[in-house]
Ligand binder design. Structure first.
Ligand SMILES: Nc1ncnc2c1ncn2[C@@H]1O[C@H](COP(=O)(O)OP(=O)(O)OP(=O)(O)O)[C@@H](O)[C@H]1O
Ligand SMILES: [Mg+2]
Length: 253
């Protein structure tokens, strides 16, 4: 694959829940190393769109390409292709979903052994590197319940990175956290972005989007209503709907 080809490409993607049309004809291309923030009001379809990228949601129409894989979405994907797609994306949710009965080290190592068939020693070596990266090297032998929410979320990020994804997908990774703990997580995400990771981040953290994202995408009613350089979109939103959305966010602070 050439360096200039987008690493993620969605074309005319549609997702429905029964009769409800949650994502309507969305097209989006993400370049290698690009950081894209997705914002918009509740119910806009942000999570649905993100979950479509690793096929946690099943679109009824459109095409999806991630890395070298390209899929038409109007029929079921073969299991093998689905596994490859899932493996090439790392997902971080609002709730951290760590295994409570396993140590941090085991939480991060086990998926590497199961999915990538790494040996225990290989997996633990990689885990140690990743724990350094999220600044939690001293927590390898702790259980999740002993960690703060911010620490748990950084472990969840390390766990996703452990499978060597081509793209990291974040769905409101800080919205369950106190502001201070959220900052720890945002700072790790900022470092990841600086290291060149391709990231798609659904977030309400407008300051983070303005500083870290290369592009801001605004969704409402299942559609992308505006996109561009974050500072430009925030400072000078074109549509009335986007203006109203940013005004509501500013009023809240
Ligand atoms: N599993 C589901 N079944 C039925 N409807 C759903 C389902 N998931 C989402 N929806 C609906 O689809 C629409 C888009 O939901 P989605 O979760 O993608 O929005 P969102 O932009 O992520 O919102 P929020 O900011 O609240 O997380 C909403 O109207 C929601 O109620
Ligand atoms: Mg959501």
């Amino acid at each position: 694959m050439s360096e200039t080809q987008p690493i993620v490409r969605l074309q005319d993607v549609n997702v429905s829940y029964g009769t409800y049309h949650a994502v309507k004809n969305v097209s989006l291309e993400i370049a290698r190393g690009e950081v894209v923030a997705i914002v918009g009001p509740s119910g806009a379809g942000k999570s649905t769109l993100l979950r479509t990228i690793n096929m946690l949601e099943h679109p009824s129409a459109g095409t999806l390409a991630v890395g070298d894989f390209r899929f038409a979405l109007d029929h079921a994907l073969p299991t093998e292709a689905l596994l490859k797609l899932r493996r090439s994306t790392g997902m971080v949710f609002q709730s951290f979903n760590l295994f409570p009965h396993m140590t941090v080290q085991r939480n991060i190592s086990l998926p590497q052994m199961r999915v990538l068939k790494r040996t225990k020693a290989e997996a633990e070596l990689r885990t140690a590197t990743l724990l350094e990266r999220v600044h939690l090297a001293d927590k390898a032998h702790s259980y999740p319940a002993r960690l703060s929410g911010g620490q748990q979320q950084r472990i969840a990020i390390a766990r996703a990175l452990a499978l060597d994804p081509q793209v990291m997908l974040f769905d409101e990774p800080t919205s369950a956290l106190d502001p201070e703990l959220g900052l720890e997580v945002l700072s790790v995400m900022r470092e990841l972005a600086e290291d060149g990771m391709t990231m798609i981040v659904v977030t309400h953290e407008i300051a983070f989007a303005a500083e870290v994202a290369d592009r801001l995408v605004v969704m409402a009613n299942g559609e992308i209503i505006e996109e561009g350089s974050p500072k430009e979109v925030i400072r000078n939103p074109k549509s009335e709907r986007t203006q109203r959305f940013f005004r509501a966010i500013l009023d809240r602070h």
